[in-house]
Design a protein around this ligand. Sequence first.
Ligand code: 5GP
Ligand code: ZN
Length: 144
Amino acid sequence: MPKLAKKSTMSLGRIFMSDCLFCKIIDGSIPSYTVYEDDKVKVFLDINPNNDGHLLVIPKEHKANLYEMDDDTLIYMLNIIREKLKSILSDKLNIDGLTISQNNDYGQEVKHFHIHVIPRYKNDKFPLASNCSKVEDVYHKLVG
Ligand code: 5GP
Ligand code: ZN
């Protein structure tokens, strides 16, 4: 069976990859528990969290990995974490810290650039699996 070529199109002025899970989350064809969104980024809960409140921050423009990212968008994303997400997580989930990670190529499951923002709680089991609450319940705490 021949492999289908990856299809990139422009949607609302942005590059959109038709076979990309996170592009589909951006356009709403795959649902997500979105915690923050603006014209440049989307932030939603990871479906398989390492800790309660594990967020993924993604650019709306499709970029596969760190090497394709422009400086301005990277700085913008870090500022969203520092200036918006930290206070939401502190206020709503009472976190004790934040671990930020980002995978490229090997170890990267979804080939659309994303930053993991993982809340830390005193005595948590991170990076081992912890007993996470249902993502839906965490979402209601965060946006409720
Ligand atoms: P990576 O390994 O690429 O750094 O991380 C990809 C992350 O995306 C994983 O933590 C995984 O749980 C998360 N993920 C995979 N599919 C979905 C999905 O359909 N929805 C959400 N919200 N997260 C997903
Ligand atoms: Zn994408």
